[in-house]
Design a protein around this ligand. Structure first.
Ligand code: TXA
Ligand code: MG
Length: 315
């Protein structure tokens, strides 16, 4: 059920029930972090293995950092610049945090989201709300209330409607090796932005003790076959006998597709904001293939290419 009243969401969460909430990145499937049964329900609704830890969301940095045994200087700098916003920090956890949330790891993932409705909601939960992305395990994240409702049509999930997510891609996840930021998941905040504010050489692609399942080879996949290409016209000609949804900047390619979304080549945010919505839409139209024209691999393009690579992997 889709709702718009904040008070209804607060009541349900206080009663140990699950509510999907809007954030600026994607919708989250939220539960009161101090209610272990409610937290377990999240894993069950998502079909998510309990070995995959959840992000804890807070109203402000103070409340978030209260959960950590130790906060590196670089983490404080990142929080000052990017919280509230699409950034998740992985820090050594204090012992009061439930092992169900952290999958019994020694660290906890913390985020202060920017969506105004959810910020207000979080004021009512000083111990934080857990919220993984509101989609079934391994499927595409959701960026509007209707797409969430379709994913959880058979579950007791209410959805707090906060409109379409402005960023459209999940938060960037950063851990720390001593004081050095380690990007565990590319996201809405780019590696360049992190380097710029911390003045540190950011680590990427290094094996950490903890596994981030969002980094699985296959993730975020639509049902249609996803093809990423640098030559969209050639690719679409080769798929002439199939129904195809096209996402890109090439107008000639768009004419060859069954459905197409063209974005301004100078505005990768427009692609990011619409990508998951289009995966859900093309799947609802039962298209056989989705062809995405590969964006340049810098800034947000790096995050988008990371997601496309995982979503396009067949196993
Ligand atoms: O933008 C987002 O981050 C959204 C919104 C709703 O906040 N949430 C989200 O949650 O994407 P989820 O659960 O779909 O992805 C979080 C990722 C998972 O891959 C999980 O394994 C990883 O964060 N994670 C959580 N706790 C961790 C920890 N202590 N160490 C390493 N990775 C962790
Ligand atoms: Mg997810």
């Amino acid at each position: 059920m889709i709702i718009t009243e904040l008070a209804q969401a607060v009541n349900r969460l206080r009663n140990g029930l699950v509510v999907a909430i809007p954030t600026e990145t994607v919708y989250g499937l939220a539960a009161d972090s101090s209610n272990e049964i409610a937290v377990k329900q999240i894993f069950s609704y998502k079909n998510r293995p309990q070995t995959n830890p959840l992000i804890l969301h807070f109203h402000n940095s103070e409340a978030a950092f209260e959960q950590a045994r130790l906060v590196p200087e670089a983490a404080k700098i990142l929080a000052t610049h990017f919280w509230p916003g699409p950034l998740t920090l992985v820090l050594p956890k204090k012992t009061h945090i439930s092992d169900v949330i952290t999958a019994a790891q020694d660290t906890v993932a913390l985020r202060v989201p920017a969506h105004p409705l959810t910020r207000e909601l979080l004021l009512n939960f000083p111990n934080g709300l857990v919220a993984p992305s509101a989609n079934k395990y391994m499927q595409t994240s959701t960026t509007n209330a209707t797409d969430v409702a379709k994913q959880f049509a058979n579950d007791d999930v209410w959805i707090l409607d906060g409109g379409s997510c402005s960023q459209g891609l999940e938060s960037t996840i950063v851990a720390f090796k001593d004081n050095v930021p380690v990007v565990l998941r590319y996201g809405a905040i780019t590696v360049q932005q992190i380097t710029e504010v911390t003045k540190l050489e950011v680590l990427q692609n290094i094996p950490m003790q903890t596994v981030v399942p969002g980094m699985h080879k296959k993730h975020y996949a639509p049902k249609a076959q996803l093809i990423v290409t640098e030559n969209p016209v050639q690719t679409l000609r080769a798929l002439a006998d199939k129904t195809v949804g096209f996402i890109g900047v090439n107008q000639e390619a768009a004419k060859l597709a069954t459905a197409a979304f063209l974005y301004n080549p100078l505005d990768l945010q427009e692609l990011a904001t619409n990508l998951y919505r289009l995966f859900h839409q093309y799947d609802a139209q039962n298209l056989a293939c989705i062809v995405v024209e590969k964006p340049e691999n810098i800034g947000l393009g790096q995050t988008i290419n990371d997601r496309l690579k995982r979503a396009a992997t067949s196993i």
